[in-house]
Write a protein that binds this ligand. Structure first.
Ligand SMILES: *Cc1c(COP(=O)(O)O)cnc(C)c1O
Length: 358
């Protein structure tokens, strides 16, 4: 049973990748982004491996409260903030930071009475039109927050880039300039850079940086892998062959018969499918490692199984080890073959898959 679908999580690689973040941003504090169960890696164990980091960020209050309850004492920033007074009370009770991105939130803060204060991050919408105040409202929002008795002073400041992973576009530079202009004269901590900006936009490195993906060893850029920055993949996705057989020429393979053999073919059936988080969109030809050697996926990915061409491996047999990504096979390559990004693959590992630490 030990070789069925499982992920290996290399917590030493998390520590190594944090050191790479610090090398790239030596004068910044690091707010490690561990939302979405630490990008599918298991948030409690990743938070432990990151011990000594200056702070962490999650998307939702529920994620942050769970971390407080297991004893995490560092700064925890809730990137989506709060929408109700009840939620604000929870954030204050658990000593969580909140991102402030709308007037409605400031209305709630102004009305709120509490002798415990909350640390907030005022967010500028510098071009993504997701969360944050537009340029025209930013100073007003800052002024109101500066006068809120429940808000810890000074107010910290942040923005988020829309296109930092595309090194050829000027928009990131414009976002940096806009942020710098808007926060001029404010004494609060400044915080802009995600992984891509940490690696490609040195002028986005301010008091804090907010790496996510690179902590997990993965490149935010489409044109290179994490190892080109010295990063180590944290997650490896494993399963095993459960059947090996020879099929004749002109046999169709898998649902809808999207692959038809053009010769007698040695086929392997692997116990992995989209119900485990292997992407259904992976095309025929997507590489899979069998006993450490690359072989191509053939036909459609099913719920629990995939089929691979073992013609180059005459001695392979049921029970042999398979790696879908991670050790020896970059997740960036699989993401490209499945027309997606590594983020969705990492976050998509399902409940059925066992987690092992190495
Ligand atoms: C997810 C997220 C990050 C981390 O981004 P990566 O590309 O994974 O480094 C940083 N800031 C915000 C606001 C985010 O939502």
């Amino acid at each position: 049973m030990t070789n069925t679908a499982h992920i290996n999580i290399d917590l030493d690689a998390v520590k190594h990748n944090l050191a790479i973040v610090r090398d790239n941003a030596p004068n910044s504090k690091v707010m490690a982004v561990i939302k979405a169960n630490a990008y599918g890696h298991g948030v409690e164990q990743v938070a432990k491996a990151l011990r000594g980091v200056d702070g962490v960020a999650v998307a939702r209050a529920s994620e942050a409260i769970k971390l407080r309850k297991v004893g995490l004492t560092c700064k925890i920033n809730v990137l989506e903030g709060f929408v109700s007074e009840q939620e604000l009370e929870d954030l204050i009770r658990y000593g969580l930071d909140a991102v402030i991105h709308s007037c409605g939130q400031i209305d709630i803060l102004e009305k709120h009475c509490s002798n415990k204060k909350i640390s907030v991050w005022l967010k500028l919408d510098s071009g993504m039109s997701r969360l944050g105040f537009k340029e025209s409202d930013f100073s007003m929002a800052h002024k109101r927050l500066a006068q809120c008795s429940v808000v810890e002073q000074p107010v910290s400041l942040m923005t988020h880039f829309s296109s930092a992973d595309d090194r050829n576009r000027k928009v990131t530079q414009q976002q940096i300039s806009l942020f710098n202009k808007m926060v001029e004269g404010y004494s609060g901590d400044k915080n802009m850079a995600n992984s891509a900006a940490i690696l490609a936009h040195k002028d986005a490195l301010t008091d804090w940086v907010r790496p996510g993906l690179m902590l997990y060893g993965v490149s935010p850029f489409a044109d290179c892998y994490g190892n080109s920055f010295g990063l180590k993949a944290v997650m490896s996705f494993h399963s095993r062959l459960i059947s090996v057989k020879i099929v004749a020429k002109n046999e169709s393979i898998g649902y809808s018969g999207t692959w038809v053999t053009n010769r007698k073919t040695r086929l392997g059936i692997v116990a992995i499918g989209y119900a485990d988080g292997y992407p259904r969109a992976a095309k025929s030809g997507t590489p899979v490692l069998v006993n450490g050697k690359r072989v191509p996926l053939l036909g459609r990915v099913s719920m629990d199984m995939i089929t691979v061409d073992l013609s180059s491996q005459p001695h392979s047999k049921a029970g042999d080890k398979v790696i879908l990504w991670g050790c020896g096979l970059a997740i960036e390559e699989i993401a490209e073959a499945a027309d997606t990004i590594p983020y969705t693959l990492l976050c998509g590992i399902t409940q059925r898959v066992r987690v092992e630490n190495i």
